[in-house]
Design a protein around this ligand. Sequence first.
Ligand SMILES: Nc1ncnc2c1ncn2[C@@H]1O[C@H](COP(=O)(O)OP(=O)(O)OP(=O)(O)O)[C@@H](O)[C@H]1O
Ligand code: SF4
Ligand SMILES: [Mg+2]
Length: 349
Amino acid sequence: MTTTTQPGIRPANATGKITYTPVDGRLLDVEDLHVEFHTDDGIAKAINGVSFTLDQGESLAILGESGSGKSVTAQAIMGILDMPPAKIPHGAVKYCGVDLLTMPDDRRRWVRGAEIAMIFQDALSSLNPVFPVGWQIAEMFRQHRGMNKSDAQAQAVRLMERVAIPAAKERVKAYPHQFSGGMRQRIMIAMAIALDPAVLIADEPTTALDVTVQAQIMSLLQELQQERQMGLILITHDLGVVADVADRSVVMYAGRLVETANVYDLYRNPAHPYTRGLLESIPRLDQKGQTLAAIGGLPPNLLRIPPGCAFNPRCRMAKDVCRVDLPALREVASGRHSACHFAEEVIDA
Ligand SMILES: Nc1ncnc2c1ncn2[C@@H]1O[C@H](COP(=O)(O)OP(=O)(O)OP(=O)(O)O)[C@@H](O)[C@H]1O
Ligand code: SF4
Ligand SMILES: [Mg+2]
């Protein structure tokens, strides 16, 4: 049996696995994370000093346009970045106080899935088309829990029922293509929670689904999160879908956090011009036909991020200082942080 004195790690349990316990409820501590991609054209600086935390039972939304670094952040946490071309020149991703980035590969593989699980946007390509869905769920119990075939199958049916797949007992033998997009996403969720992870990362889990199904999947995630007291990270470029689910949110731009706040404050009164622009781009049902005030211009090329505030070429409020000085993420009101030189003016606007 392994014993260790590292923070957060408990000696091996009855199943021979090392277990992790949160320190003061803290599950994740991402500290000054940097990720770059070494390409033929140069070094693309995808993540440039991202720090945030996640506690037990907390839902954190990571928001931002396409290319802002949301998925790369999630992949770094999961340890599924292809290295090379990716490189993590600096930073730490602590799970229960233990840095995953320096953890031995075999232990890291065990943490992935059993402790930190992830669901992706495209359930069809994440499921294996040649095996029945029930078999794919059961395999997780067989491999990780050493269950026999019939127990694993029974457990798979129970999980399919929990994620509200109708007639789960009969459909356990069906193949992925025999399910609708929403049902496939439920199966992905079942697989992700099968091993009772402490952290669930959902990367655009509803983007490929229609609006009604999106709402159902979001409320299922919320229910499971509360029932199991998981830490949930919800990644989306669609601010509309997370408003009811997330407690806290961080907004990313060009691989940095530009604003952090609880969801209510963020939506009611953003403290960064970029967040304001994102919110103005949400279609509103009560303003049918109104033109969306989308943010003009494009996110920067990560090979050549502009000096100063990376958002300055697109910002209506930009002044000379913005083209020279990089604004630090600082507390601008109680519990609220913004990386804008003029955050106080934005809040008061
Ligand atoms: N393997 C790679 N090689 C080079 N660049 C990459 C690689 N993977 C990601 N990137 C770049 O890193 C940046 C961040 O990508 P990421 O996938 O995190 O964006 P995102 O915020 O998740 O966007 P989306 O909303 O489109 O999913 C992008 O500019 C992307 O092109
Ligand atoms: S620092 Fe300047 S450019 Fe950046 S968001 Fe604030 S006002 Fe705009
Ligand atoms: Mg993404």
